[in-house]
Design a protein around this ligand. Structure first.
Ligand code: PLP
Length: 442
């Protein structure tokens, strides 16, 4: 009997014992092609020697020093690396241990910024339905996934949720992308006005929605309209790039492709590529300067912020990506993956949409392709696909509730940036077999 309180209390898990490139191996010697990087984490695969050596060297020199006593070389170097490459004004980096913590830090920083600016009445946060921002209480409240929030609702702070940008289902027939973006922009502005424009502190969104919808990018022009509206009302724009950032869509920051600069940007997952747990919130100098001129400190903190070994690992990951020019490769490999998915599954009667950017792809499953009717949620199609795919030696990230937290199924793919052409073929073959297996029994 395992004493671990696993995610599922009824399921048993194979024991992972080894990783090599894009594969994980269990104790029985079975291999699994990691087509989702766990949860869009392992962007360099599982045995990168440069990263392993950097970790070993850091542990051997200085594993950890508490950030209220010291700064460290790897923490400073990683902050320099990120600030130099980040969008214009995002000059400061607040290190944490994962995505939820990065979002919590952004929310608290937004609040403290307005208090110190002399606008303490600003307290409302607006997010989008069907978003995911993490599982700690503030981040969970912020996320708009009804199922994840439901039983915790009495504990959650009050957050407004507006529509996501979900062209496959929500763009009207005959509506252009521009008109759709404008309709959503007007909805956001109406919500701001309803709450009172001077009462709202932040709007938060994932540039490409990950876990809850399956790699859904916004239509062109949506985020520039959002930025304009936030600017007009003095509201901070927070981009949650925990899943879609750090190169996943082909640029280090996904916001770049939307031609916007947020006031804060949350990253994690691909930052440390799973070699160490690490996340960060990038913060504009305007926010930091306000705190510096005010209280002089950010009233927040965790024991492991700026962990030296985690920072050394993330720095090695990012240097490796840079030196090996992996980001342009993410774009070409992503196009290949998309094409291979369309070739294999485009005409499948139960595949409604194949979407995404770079090596961040989503497949939405439907009962009826013509009218986009989803499967009955009781069938748990996503769970069956995950199980059969594992039997077939493939890790993918299926999820249910794509439309509204209850209806809809999708499969998220986020393979390592080092995946090779024949491994893309293997991925698509195993995935197609798994989807066929499950849908043929329905
Ligand atoms: N934000 C987004 C967009 C995510 O996808 C996730 C995790 O999937 C999180 C936040 C939370 O990150 P973590 O699980 O590292 O706390």
């Amino acid at each position: 009997m395992s004493h671990v309180l696993h995610r599922s209390l009824t399921q048993s898990y194979p024991t992972a014992v080894r990783g090599e490139g894009v594969y994980l191996f269990d104790a029985e010697g079975k291999s699994y092609l990691d087509a989702c990087g766990g949860a869009a984490v392992s962007c360099l695969g599982h045995s990168n020697q440069q990263v392993i050596q950097a970790i070993q060297q850091q542990v051997g020199t200085l594993a950890y020093a508490h950030s209220s006593f010291f700064t460290t070389e790897p923490m400073e170097a990683l902050a320099d690396f990120l600030a130099e490459r980040s969008l214009e004004s995002l000059d400061y980096v607040y290190f944490v241990s994962g995505g939820s913590e990065a979002v919590e830090a952004a929310l608290k920083l937004a609040r403290q910024y307005f208090v110190e600016r002399g606008e303490p009445q600003r307290r409302h946060i607006i997010a989008r339905r069907q978003s995911y921002h993490g599982n700690t209480l503030g981040a969970l409240a912020t996320g708009g996934n009804a199922w994840r929030r439901q039983q915790f609702q009495p504990l959650l702070i009050d957050i407004s949720h507006v529509s996501p940008c979900y062209a496959y289902r929500d763009m009207h027939d005959g509506e252009t992308e521009n008109q759709y973006a404008e309709r959503l922009a007007q909805e956001l502005e109406a919500e701001i006005n309803r709450l009172g424009a001077d009462q709202v502190m932040a709007f938060i969104a994932e540039p490409v929605v990950g876990a809850t919808m399956g790699a859904v990018p916004a239509v062109a022009g949506y985020f520039t309209r959002v930025r304009e509206i936030c600017d007009r009302h003095g509201i901070l724009l927070i981009c949650d790039e925990v899943m879609c950032g750090m190169g996943r869509t082909g640029s280090l920051f996904a916001s770049v492709q939307e031609q916007i600069v947020p006031d804060m940007l949350c990253i994690a997952k691909g930052l440390g590529a799973g070699y160490q747990p690490i996340g960060a919130t990038l913060v504009s100098h305007e926010i930091v300067d306000t705190l510096r001129a005010g209280s002089g400190f950010f009233q927040h903190g965790h024991t492991y912020i700026g962990h030296a070994t985690a920072c050394a690992a993330a720095l090695a990951v990012q240097h490796y990506i840079n030196e090996h020019k992996l980001l342009p490769q993410v774009v070409t490999l992503g196009d290949k993956l998309q094409q291979a998915l369309v070739n294999a599954l485009g005409d499948h009667p139960h595949v409604g949409d194949i979407r995404g950017k770079g090596l961040f792809r989503g497949i939405e499953l439907v009962r009826d392709k013509t009218d986009k009717t989803p499967f009955d949620p009781a069938l748990k199609v996503h769970a069956a696909i995950k199980r059969i795919a594992m039997d077939n030696g493939l890790m993918c990230y299926p999820m249910g509730g794509t439309l509204n937290g209850r209806d809809g199924d999708h499969i998220l793919l986020a393979p390592p940036f080092i995946i090779q052409d024949q491994q893309i073929d293997e991925l698509v073959d195993k995935l197609t077999r798994s989807i066929n297996h499950v849908t043929s029994t329905l």
